[in-house]
Design a binder for this molecule. Structure first.
Ligand code: IMP
Ligand code: MG
Length: 180
C-alpha cells in the first residue's frame, strides 16, 4: 500500500465491477443512439478510459477542463473553463463524465453552460458521489458509489496533482492533506 494512504475505500475489483455495471446500463439506455462522451479533465480520465470500453453503442469522446479547486480541497464555487469542447454538441446525445460530485457546483455550472448549446440530451455519469456535501440540486443520472464525507484520492482523483495513478480509491493519512 502507498505510504501516504490510511485506508482503501474501494478496491480495484469493486471499481471494475461497478464500471462494467454502469457501462451496461448506459449501453441499454442509449441503444439505437450515438453518444458524445465528455470527460471533465483531469480527474475523470481514468474512469472514462475504462467506462467507454464497457459501452457498446457508437460513441465519440471529447474533453473539457474547468478549474474550481486550486490546491485547496474545498470548492470555491467559481468555475472557469480552461479548455472547451472541440466540436458542436447541437442535436447530439451528450454524456458528461465526472470523477466525483461534491458540492455539485462544478457540474451545475457545466450543465447550465452545455444546455445552452442545444444538445439532444444531456446526462451525467459520475463514479463517486458525496451527497451529504451537496450545495446545489444536481443529481447524477448514473452514479457508481455514494461515499462518506472524506477526501479521497486515486483512480484519477488527486490531492495537489498527486495520487491519480493509484489503482484503488483511498483516504489519505492525516497530515498528508490539509483542508483549505
Ligand atoms: P464540486 O464542485 O464541489 O462538486 O467539486 C467537484 C470537483 O472537486 C471534482 O471534479 C474533483 O476534482 C474535486 N473533488 C471533490 N471532492 C474530492 C475528493 O474527495 N478528492 C479529490 N477531488 C475531489
Ligand atoms: Mg481535482
Amino acid at each position: 500500500m502507498h505510504p501516504d494512504i490510511q485506508e482503501i475505500l474501494l478496491t480495484e475489483e469493486q471499481i471494475a465491477q461497478k464500471v462494467d455495471e454502469l457501462g451496461k446500463r448506459i449501453s441499454e439506455d442509449y441503444r439505437g443512439y450515438e453518444i458524445l462522451v465528455v470527460g471533465i479533465l483531469k480527474g475523470a480520465v481514468v474512469f472514462m478510459a475504462d467506462l467507454i470500453r464497457h459501452i457498446t453503442v457508437p460513441l465519440a469522446i471529447d474533453f473539457m477542463a474547468v478549474s474550481s479547486y486550486g490546491k485547496a480541497s474545498e470548492s470555491s464555487g467559481v468555475v472557469k473553463i480552461l479548455k472547451d469542447l472541440d466540436q458542436s454538441i447541437e442535436g447530439r446525445h451528450v454524456l458528461l463524465v465526472e470523477d466525483i460530485v461534491d458540492s455539485g457546483l462544478t457540474l451545475k455550472y457545466m450543465l447550465d453552460n452545455l444546455s445552452t448549446r442545444k444538445p439532444a440530451s444531456l446526462k451525467i455519469c459520475t463514479l463517486l458521489d458525496k451527497p451529504s456535501r451537496r450545495k446545489t440540486d444536481v443529481v447524477p443520472d448514473y452514479n457508481g458509489f455514494a461515499i462518506p464525507d472524506k477526501f479521497v484520492v486515486g483512480y484519477g482523483l488527486d490531492y495537489g496533482e498527486q495520487y491519480r495513478n493509484l489503482r484503488e480509491i483511498a483516504v489519505l493519512k492525516p497530515g498528508k492533506y490539509s483542508n483549505g
